[in-house]
Design a protein around this ligand. Structure first.
Ligand code: NAP
Length: 292
């Protein structure tokens, strides 16, 4: 029997709806809408599209979008200055610096300068450390979206064998922490893994995040497994995932498509993180007696 296809667009729409309600409530409490600052540097066309979509998504749910687009040749110190200003700005609850940054910029130094309380991408060492330690904090958007998709498919990771293909800071490692936090038994694979097929076949939950078109074939999937395909690969056949969807669908129990699976969740979780950052700042301000 063919696998159930997990509809990321529908799950993302329900997250956005939930966020819309939270924004309304929070706007009443704060006396202003939550604010997300986006910083776009350089002329990468894909980045420009991503940022535009993020800004539009903010406006749709009532989050104020505050956009900065400095010159592509901006100096490191000037970009750091902008980040510090946004860290200090009361009306800014979340800051998103779109990556990649131009060559003259040390991206790590910029990310590390973000106030962890406004780190809605969850990429600062503080956010990553908290997640790895199982402490509350802001969690990267795509990994969080993956957990929402599992929940929407009725998959409880507790006690299950989970395998992640890919160990990046953006996807693989945060997913490892989240699945571990949800009590799965987790294996993480990478380019030096000896027998990828054999490891993948153990997975009741398989997360493919390698950036390699159709790396995961039907034979690598355990019958009935839940397969989440994070891969976004532009090929001559169009956009394809890291999983051979047609073959995998015949074996898996549930599977996400590309496009229409993980992709739509990333922006939805960014909105959710912005509301979370705004609420936490509001609570902190209330306990310390400051006006947020
Ligand atoms: P990345 O930084 O390039 O990391 C890729 C990981 O996959 C690395 O750990 C690498 O191993 C591993 N890998 C590569 N080839 C492999 C192979 N043949 N066998 C086993 N492991 C292999 O990529 P990323 O940023 O995590 O992104 C992964 C994919 O997800 C990309 O297609 C990206 O476009 C997509 N993505 C989608 C979204 C979304 O919203 N839909 C968001 C983020 C990323 P080593 O560490 O050994 O090099």
């Amino acid at each position: 029997m063919a696998a159930t296809v997990i509809d990321g667009k529908a799950v993302a729409a329900s997250v956005r709806e939930r966020v819309r309600g939270e924004v309304e409530e929070l706007t009443g409490e704060l006396g202003r809408p939550p604010g997300l600052a986006t910083v776009l540097v350089g002329d990468d066309p894909a980045s420009a599209i991503y940022v535009r979509r993020k800004r539009e998504a903010c406006e749709e749910v009532g989050i104020r979008s505050i956009h900065h687009e400095p010159d592509g040749d901006i100096a490191q110190e000037d970009l750091l200055e902008l980040v510090r200003d946004l860290n200090d700005a009361d009306e800014v609850d979340g800051i998103l610096v779109q990556l990649p940054l131009p060559d003259q910029i040390d991206a790590d130094e910029i990310v590390n300068a973000l106030d962890p309380g406004k780190d809605v991408d969850g990429l600062t060492p503080t956010s990553a450390g908290r997640l790895a330690r199982g402490e509350p904090g802001l969690v990267p958007c795509t990994p969080q979206g993956i957990m929402e998709l599992l929940a929407s498919a009725g998959v409880d990771p507790a006690g299950k064998e989970a395998v992640i293909v890919g160990r990046s800071n953006l996807v693989g490692r945060p997913v490892l922490s989240l699945l571990l936090g949800a009590n799965a038994t987790v294996t993480i694979c990478h380019s030096r893994t000896r027998d990828l097929a054999e490891v993948c076949r153990r997975a009741e939950i398989l997360i493919a995040a390698a950036g390699q078109p159709r790396l995961v074939t039907g034979e690598m999937i355990r019958p009935g497994a839940t397969v989440i395909d994070v891969g976004t690969n532009r090929t001559d056949d169009g956009l394809v995932g890291d999983v051979d969807f047609d073959a995998a669908r015949e074996v898996a129990g549930a599977i996400t498509p590309v496009p229409g699976g993980v992709g739509p969740m990333t922006i939805a979780m960014l909105l959710s993180n912005t509301v979370r950052a705004a609420s936490l700042r509001h609570e902190d301000a209330a306990t310390s007696g400051r006006t947020p």
